[in-house]
Design a protein around this ligand. Sequence first.
Ligand code: NAP
Length: 296
Amino acid sequence: MKHAKKILGLIGHQVGYSLSPFLHNIAFEHLGLPYFYTLFEVYPPERLTAALDGAKALGFLGFNITIPYKERIVPYLDALSAEASEVKAVNTLLNQDGQWIGYNTDIFGFAEPLLPFKSQVNGSEVVVFGAGGAARAVVQALRQFFKPKQVWIVARDEAKAELLKEHFERRSKSLKLSACAIDKASLESVLGTARLLINATPVGTDSTALPQLKTARLFPAEWKIWSPEKIAYDLVYRPQMTPFLYEAQAHGARIISGLEMLLAQGAKSFKIWTGQELPRDVVRAALQQQLKESEH
Ligand code: NAP
């Protein structure tokens, strides 16, 4: 079929907010590649296997997978990359000769923008807010690419933070992990000594669907925890400058935007599907413009 495009897309629930179609389609257009990326709302979860079977029958090339399926999809796949198998979570699928292969590009996607700060992260204390799928990829990345002294998993439900900690402790004891509730009084001193603070929750997201999250806070405003030696990394990319990053920067801390992770994980998925490098600068500029327009 001369004019047929290879189909890719995002599978999840409430996927309308996603910038992934924009990111990939800009790159396909720029490079003149015959691929098309779109959104697939799959809900309720019982429809997931039918969606995968249908996509395989239609010869779709692959998918990104998002909330709530990153972990749930694992048993339905034919093979997993080493990283996906380690965290038991998948965000990228490739249809390889009729077999669904699962990858996790969030791990490298998170690590890449942090690599320039490796010497500051190694030997330091790190705080990860959140105990969901993204936090899981973050802890794996910290374990795989860095050597922090200690990683605190901080969640509003301490039991979930504890479960994530145990998941990694079953695999290796080389990384010192602690679980902590977000409302513990002792959190102020933990945040005070940590060098790197990571927001792996949706807090700060500017979305009409989630208005309560824009003004929610991870810790009280009066806590004096930011200083120029610290690094703030927010996985949220809408808005590009979240309240978490804004406060950190106002006190001289270094900041990393979720947009950089979005680009890095997207570049890795793009390579898996096309074998080519994502034209990063072209895509970054287009995404920044798109986000700027939607923030007004
Ligand atoms: P998830 O699996 O639903 O986990 C979300 C985590 O945030 C859970 O621990 C949840 O706690 C916690 N949380 C939710 N609302 C909170 C609040 N108001 N206060 C404190 N904690 C709260 O979601 P995910 O896949 O981990 O994604 C987390 C965020 O990272 C999302 O905003 C997502 O868009 C972003 N993300 C960005 C990239 C990127 O490329 N930049 C990649 C992946 C994810 P409970 O379990 O108690 O609900």
